[in-house]
Design a protein around this ligand. Structure first.
Ligand SMILES: [Zn+2]
Ligand SMILES: [Zn+2]
Length: 928
């Protein structure tokens, strides 16, 4: 006897019970140990999850993939590492701790104390690592949770030191001065990698048209446009395009110089064109700026320069404001043209000294300062102010609007590495295929990698810099200990983080002075990119490393990772070993709300993981993720979840429920005898099962979950809506044995996809310990019968044709009809199937060429009508049996207003509904 199954299934309840069972019976431990002596090996490398918040449903997508393939290879007998990773260091953690503590700026952190602050960061990330572990377990994710890796670990940090030292030996590590995007709230530079498309917001700013007086030409002005008025005090030059046509427009005394084609649009009426000038004729012209009386601008000689890239004919006036201290392209132009660089703001965006009344005021918090000043004091310079909406970059962490500052930062030079990294990228199998082009495209266009951040919690960059200009890169803690001349005792026993590491001083190898570590911490993608080395014991056990490197497989969400994780993995592996760190990468798109918008609390479309797990159930969630084409964004919500449950999980559950209920009723026991049923439906379903097994195996080997799920889905529909329905009148040992085999094998196939439902079915049917300790089933070629498959497809097409005709003519399936005519040869056994499916008395074959023709004789004789009515009564009584809670084998009496006259039909009703007596009464009613 099997454990009875309830048709009113609560999948979430089942999941919770199974979690308890796994825990109690040590199933995870047995699963992890299962293949420890196997010769086969599959190396999976986990991309660390940011341990800064609870896990979201978008994380669950990638984690479901990870679990799917590790489970699949485990069932196939491959030895594996099941190491989960947590990403702990970086600005993302700092910003959350700052919020917690109510801090507004870096000054608050310094006041609070770096040590206390860093400890808070550690605490936070370790606490969330714990939360995420519990959530992952709820997802059914089988990992060696006790042995997760943490990017804050000493090994991870020191391994990056080794990497940076190697870069330094190649001459690739340098300190550069550049204009960089800067977050005034976080007080740090933002690297090119961190400005993703989603880090731009549609913002409206005041844009200004300025009149800059031309030197030595009375009443002549350049008309200049800028969308960032706060940068006007840093103006040193104007750029024009050498080949563009400029013109002078006059109104009264005033003469304005701007692009000829834009004059009408910008100036409006009342202006006369007086002169034409080619851009190159303007080269070297001098002009005055509105703030030339400020001390910082005293020495500045404003001039016009030529540039083909910055000047466009579409926007502005064709005369471009150049502020090298406050813009990246401007800075590069200044280097080319040897222009002065006027720095305007400090790290919180306050104007520096030497800007008169602006000094000490905040440029981003008070953008109106400049415009107000121009209006009140320098009205001659102001032509007009207009609102302007544009896409403007914001900080990826705190969403403050970015500014540009010229600062010293540390970089890895990429020019020598670039071709090597491109070669490595081409060796990797990218899924989807276009991933390779995206990565190559990024590598082609990326600049040098800025690796420093002026922050507190992160990798301590191992650079000790001397005032003489010499700097030293330390490759390990041993090396540091040897070179330390001061502070080692204070550092010893601590992790290699600020502030402890900053105690250690070494001697400059050039001038002998005592030197300190630079204050900067590292870019967090260094932390994640090093894991193929740090977690695989590269520094301590090369044999182990060589065994597991490169990874066979990684999978992560696509957006951003081309610039981030994939990039840093490839960069670091190219430097250290000049080879690919992984063989295959599967990327997937993003999770959106059901309304197609990004999930957001304020839109009401966000679902937290725990909430989703408790309302949807994780098997349904996993099925949604795995069914999705990974290239497309997944619309995730309760409606989608309900449909998935109804179309797949409940369908399968109903087949399983049917099997257990009737097998128990008949006291049927599975037999180990190998003799198979000779029935065509049984032979067919076993053939389809083995085809499914082959297809699923192939799809999973190709890392294509989507295709596997489609195949399983289709099989379950066939099983329920054809095999089971067509077998209802032939329930018996052959049917039980066949369906039993189908359900057991199907639960094994399902195990990596839906670990809970698979476990529930498998354990009840087999009484074995766990489906997750089973082997992946092998397809039996001899059971695959392509010809039978084709015949069954034909029968189903005929049935669909017949059902379509009934629907068109409004005749219920319950109403028997006389005859079906088809133009294909049909075997006697097949005729039986068609007769039952289409409820006809006879199947006639009328051979004719051409497409399939199906025709029902729809004439209803009085006899056929009486039979139809009897069938209708059977249905009504069956419904009543269910409603009144009759046991399946319970005999009943029924009263009703009208029974068929025909004794045969009465007997038919009695037999179908287990009724002993048909009594007369005013309404149809069961008398128990
Ligand atoms: Zn910020
Ligand atoms: Zn020195």
């Amino acid at each position: 006897m099997f454990k009875p199954v309830s048709p009113k299934v609560d999948f979430i309840e089942i999941e919770k019970k199974i979690l308890e069972y796994w825990e109690k019976s040590g199933i995870l431990e047995k699963y992890l140990q299962r293949n420890r002596n196997s010769k086969l090996k599959f190396s999976f490398l986990d991309g660390p999850i940011t341990a800064n918040n609870p896990m979201g449903v978008h994380h669950a997508w990638g984690r479901t993939y990870k679990d799917l393939w590790q489970r699949f290879f485990n069932m196939l007998g491959f030895r594996q590492r099941f190491q989960n990773g947590f990403d702990n260091q970086g600005l993302w953690v700092e910003v959350e701790v700052e919020k917690e503590l109510g801090f507004k700026s870096k000054k608050d952190i310094e006041k609070y104390g770096i040590e206390k602050f860093v400890n808070k960061c550690k605490e936070r990330t370790l606490a969330f690592a714990k939360v995420q572990t519990e959530q992952s377990q709820r997802l059914g994710y089988f990992m060696d949770w006790e042995n997760s890796y943490y990017t804050l670990s000493d090994e991870n940090n020191y391994m990056i030191w080794t990497f940076l030292k190697k870069c330094h030996e190649h001459g690739w590590l340098y300190k550069g001065r550049d204009s960089v995007p800067w977050c005034p709230r976080c007080g740090t530079a933002i690297s090119q990698h961190e400005i993703l498309t989603e880090e731009y917001q549609e913002l409206t700013h005041d844009s200004v048209f300025l009149k800059m007086p031309v030197k030595d030409k009375k009443n002549w002005f350049f008309l200049v446009w800028t969308t960032t008025p706060w940068t006007i005090p840093a103006n040193v030059a104007l750029a024009v395009h050498p080949d563009f046509q400029y013109g002078v427009c006059q109104k009264g005394q005033e003469n304005l110089i701007l692009l000829k084609d834009l004059q009408a649009k910008i100036l409006g009426k009342g202006w006369t064109k007086t002169k034409k000038l080619k851009g190159k004729e303007l080269k070297g012209w001098g002009y005055q700026g509105p703030f030339d009386d400020f001390p910082r601008l005293k020495e500045i000689k404003h001039q016009v320069v030529l540039d083909k890239d910055l000047v466009t004919a579409e926007e502005g006036t064709g005369v471009v404001h150049i502020a090298p201290g406050a813009g990246q392209e401007d800075f590069h132009l200044a280097q080319k043209e040897n222009l002065a660089v006027v720095e305007a703001i400090d790290e919180e965006a306050h104007y520096l000294d030497g800007f008169g009344q602006f000094s000490g005021q905040n440029a981003k918090q008070h953008p109106e300062l400049i415009i107000n000043y121009l209006q009140e004091k320098k009205a001659d310079f102001l032509f007009k102010v207009e609102k302007y909406t544009h896409r403007y970059p914001v900080c990826w962490r705190c969403k403050a609007e970015l500014v540009w500052r010229v600062v010293d930062e540390w970089y890895l030079a990429m020019d020598e590495l670039r071709p090597k990294m491109m070669a490595v990228t081409k060796k990797i199998k990218w899924l989807p295929e276009w991933g390779e082009d995206r990565e190559l495209d990024w590598l082609k266009n990326m600049q040098d990698w800025m690796i420093s951040k002026k922050r507190y919690w992160g990798l301590a960059l191992p650079i000790w810099e001397c005032s003489c200009g010499r700097f030293e890169v330390i490759g390990s803690q041993e090396e540091l200990k040897t070179k330390a001349v001061q502070g080692w005792q204070k550092f010893e026993g601590h992790t290699p983080h600020r502030p402890w590491i900053d105690e250690v001083k070494i001697k400059c190898s050039q001038c002998g002075q005592l030197t300190s570590r630079i204050k900067d911490v590292g870019n967090p993608w260094l932390d994640a990119g090093i894991v193929p080395f740090s977690t695989l014991r590269y520094r301590t056990d090369k044999k182990y490393w060589a065994e597991w490197f490169p990874a066979d497989f990684i999978t992560e969400s696509l957006p951003g990772q081309f610039k981030n994780w994939f990039y840093s993995l490839i960069a670091m592996s190219t430097v250290l070993e000049n080879t690919a760190p992984f063989k295959t990468v599967l990327g997937h798109a993003s999770v959106l709300g059901e309304d197609g918008q990004a999930m957001h609390k304020s839109l009401g479309n966000a679902i937290e993981f725990n909430e989703g797990a408790d309302k949807i159930g994780v098997d349904v969630m996993r099925w949604m993720f795995l069914a999705q084409n990974p290239e497309q964004n997944l619309l995730f919500g309760y409606q989608q979840a309900n449909e998935t449950r109804r179309h797949f999980h409940l369908l399968l559950w109903n087949v399983y429920n049917f099997f257990v209920t009737y097998a128990n009723l008949d006291k049927w026991q599975p037999s180990s005898a190998k003799k198979k049923s000779a029935n065509n439906l049984d032979k067919w379903v076993l053939s389809e099962l083995n085809l499914l097994l082959k297809k699923t195996t192939q799809s999973l080997e190709d890392f294509n979950a989507h295709q596997a799920v489609l195949a399983i889905d289709k099989f379950v529909v066939d099983l329920s809506q054809w095999y089971l329905r067509r077998s209802r009148n032939r329930i018996g040992p052959d049917f039980y044995q066949t369906l039993y085999e189908v359900l057991v094998t199907l639960s094994q196939i399902l195990a990596p996809f839906n670990p809970f439902l698979a476990e529930e079915i498998f354990r009840n049917l087999t009484e074995k310990e766990s489906v997750h300790l089973e082997d992946w089933p092998k397809a039996e070629e001899k059971l695959i019968d392509k010809r039978l498959s084709e015949r069954m497809t034909l029968l189903r097409q005929i049935s669909e044709g017949g059902h379509a005709q009934r629907k068109k003519e409004g005749i219920k399936v319950r109403q028997p009809l006389k005859k079906l005519t088809v133009n294909r040869e049909i075997k006697p056994e097949e005729k039986t199937i068609l007769k039952e499916e289409l409820n006809v008395k006879e199947v006639m074959v009328k051979e004719s060429k051409g497409g399939l023709k199906v025709e029902l004789d729809t004439q209803i004789t009085p006899e056929l009508q009486a039979e139809g009515e009897a069938r209708e009564l059977v249905r009504q009584i069956q419904d009543l049996r269910k409603e009144t809670g009759c046991r399946l084998d319970q005999k009943i009496k029924v009263s009703g207003p009208a029974w068929p006259k025909d004794k045969k039909l009465q007997d038919y009703i009695k037999k179908e509904t287990l009724t002993t007596d048909l009594l007369s009464g005013s309404v149809l009613k069961i008398i128990k």
